[in-house]
Design a protein around this ligand. Structure first.
Ligand code: SF4
Length: 453
């Protein structure tokens, strides 16, 4: 119910006006869509022609918060995105409303709720008016949620900014008017400066006729013959022999146990001669039939043939042509080996496909995956590091520019430092994120489920 001070003195109540304003607002919502994962598909289907949310008064989805008074959240919200979501919400003019659609948005979701990076519910960062459960909720459910929101708005609605954040108790500030005012002043100054510059230019260049636009014929390029797709390249045995000759301390990682050929069947053993002493247990046996003749004594088992010892090249050859060699080296050989793999003409491993790390609980492995673009073969190189807080290894950025982000990622998630990296800082997480979340010893206070490892 609203009442102006003048109206109060005259006893005029504005209930009807409030009702009409609420009715108009509820039936003319301008949605900003914030779709991050699968639920967004259902949200898009709700807005498209088949379900057509415009039937319920929603306009075409807006691409900017400045033109929206409703934000529909659909999908997982990660911590880093949370601050952006607050910015979007603050940029929406009030009164403004929020629909949280699906389990991920409402609570962190069925799959990622124990992840270090997921916000465990949108209402931890902005106030939510309507929650729509489901994984994903169907378009009918979203339409029902929209109708519920309309009821809420017609009944007076939640006043923007009045609901504090349930976690940090901060009240949201509507920055729209301040931002819009600053922007308007800036635009005005820009227009004036432009006008002045144009006039000055005209005065200084009275004969200027403007730019003459000429159509240029489109250039023609000769057809370039495409190089044939490289074959699979050198076999693992050959790559290994080149590596072994240069780095005798290297070993092959993850090679399956050798397939040992079955030993040849033992030679038949000749039956033992009959015992002259009659067996008392067989005293009733017919005359002329001795017990030992019926059940000859078991022959001693023939010793199995010793398993042949297969060499590494033999074991590699047994894996077939698809096998990708995985070489383990000591820390001091890691960079020299990768340089050798890149610069040796017969190998030419000139492309770093990826670089990552594995936490084995008692050690880390840094793993680089290389490809020869010209020849087609691939090689993994790994190096074991101690399970310290910040184990260190040489950076590959001097050999491959692409190692830059891979190494920053490994630093971000595992805490591994790369000596010689030009800009080693976090890649995905905020600079002040506590710890390195892909380590097995990482403790996440927001994690709902504790892993057994
Ligand atoms: S609630 Fe289910 S459907 Fe929706 S974003 Fe999460 S996992 Fe995907």
């Amino acid at each position: 119910m609203g009442m102006t001070p003048e109206a109060q003195s005259e006893g005029v109540m504005l209930n009807a006006v409030d009702y009409v304003v609420g009715w108009a607002r509820a039936n003319s919502l301008w949605p900003l869509v914030f779709g991050t994962s699968c639920c967004a598909i259902e949200m898009m289907a709700t807005g498209a022609s088949h379900n057509d949310w415009a039937r319920f008064g929603l306009e075409v989805a807006r691409a900017t918060p400045r033109q929206a008074d409703l934000i529909v959240l659909a999908g997982t919200i990660v911590e880093k995105m949370g601050t952006r979501l607050v910015t979007l919400y603050e940029q929406m003019p009030g009164p403004k409303f929020v629909i949280a659609m699906g389990a991920c948005t409402i609570s962190g979701g069925p799959f990622y709720y124990d992840s270090y990076s997921v916000v465990k519910g949108a209402d931890r960062v902005i106030p939510v008016d309507v929650y729509i459960p489901g994984c994903p909720p169907r378009p009918e459910a979203l339409l029902f949620g929209i109708m519920k929101l309309q009821e809420l708005i017609k009944a007076g609605g939640r006043k923007a900014g009045a609901v504090p954040n349930p976690v940090n108790k901060a009240t949201f500030v509507d920055m729209w008017s301040e931002t819009a005012k600053a922007w308007e002043e800036k635009e005005k100054a820009k227009q004036e400066a432009m006008k002045e510059a144009q006039e000055r230019f005209k005065k200084e260049n009275p004969d200027y006729k403007g730019v003459v636009i000429k159509r240029v014929a489109a250039p023609k390029f000769d057809e370039v013959a495409r190089a044939a797709r490289p074959e699979r390249g050198l076999p693992a045995t050959e790559i290994w022999s080149l590596i072994e000759s240069r780095f005798p301390g290297a070993s092959v990682f993850g090679l399956p146990a050798p397939v040992v050929p079955k030993p040849a069947p033992a030679a038949p053993v000749a039956p033992q001669p009959a015992s002259p002493t009659p067996d008392p247990a067989k005293a009733d046996a017919p005359a002329g039939v001795s017990a030992s003749a019926e059940t000859p004594a078991p022959a001693p088992a023939a010793a199995p043939a010793p398993a042949p010892v297969l060499t590494i090249p033999e074991r590699l050859a047994a894996q077939g042509p698809e096998w990708v060699l995985d070489v383990a080296v000591k820390r001091e050989d890691y960079l020299p080996l990768i340089r050798f793999l890149k610069e040796e003409d017969r190998l030419g491993l000139d492309f770093l496909i990826e670089l990552t790390a594995v936490d084995w609980k008692d050690r880390f492995d840094v793993v680089a995956h290389l490809l020869s673009m010209g020849k087609g073969h691939k090689v993994f190189v790994r190096c074991a590091l101690p399970h310290d807080e910040h184990p260190e290894i040489d950076s590959l950025t001097g050999l491959f520019a692409g190692a830059d982000w891979h190494e920053r990622e490994a630093y971000d998630f595992f805490g591994i430092r790369f000596a010689g990296h030009p800009d080693l800082r976090r890649l995905f997480l905020e600079d002040d994120f506590p710890g390195h979340p892909l380590r097995k010893d990482f403790e996440d206070p927001t994690r709902v489920v504790k892993r057994a490892y």
